[in-house]
Design a protein around this ligand. Sequence first.
Ligand code: NI
Ligand code: MN
Length: 219
Amino acid sequence: MIEYLGHSAFYIQTQKAKILIDPFILPPLTPFNQEVSDIFVTHGHGDHIGDAINISKTKGAQITTMFELANYCNAQGAKALGVNLGGKINYPWGEAVFVHAEHSSSAPDGSYGGVAAGVVLNIDGFTIYHAGDTAVFSDMKLIKELYKPDVAMLPVGGFYTMGVQEALLAAEFIGAKMVIPMHYNTFDAIKADVEAFKTGVVKLGSKCVIMSSGEKIEL
Ligand code: NI
Ligand code: MN
């Protein structure tokens, strides 16, 4: 099951996996009251690290993120595993790999957070690519070639990340069967025509699922 928690936050639940990605969770879905085994944070900006440290502390969930940001999380009393781009990390439910993103990153106190990333999760053979915050880049084709994502979560809001036009090229490069738009309409600066995005994705031959906050889909 994939639950959209708004902005770029998702909860993925299978029998073994209880995963949060970029848990910037807004009311009424916070405080988050479901079981969490792992938290993936793509970069240190507040709208992505969100409530990760607090959730790690209260639920004993492990944060996996870039090495420098993991050091920050550990210093705040969270349980964090520091990783870097391109290497697979094993979990009881499958594996993860952090991948390139064209963006910046800093920890909430302004310290260096390492580079921004996206993350690819393989959960019991089902592959999810969460792009984090990013511009479009042609090496998204490598993500397709290497991991063949079943689902791609792509930012479409513009201003800080790619917008609809760029995200459609990204969707073409990645070639996922299902695309879920994210990182739009949360703030004025990132208002986007998500229906236009959906029309474009359907033209590519993929399915586009526009999720509202709190909505769930089965894997
Ligand atoms: Ni960001
Ligand atoms: Mn962001």
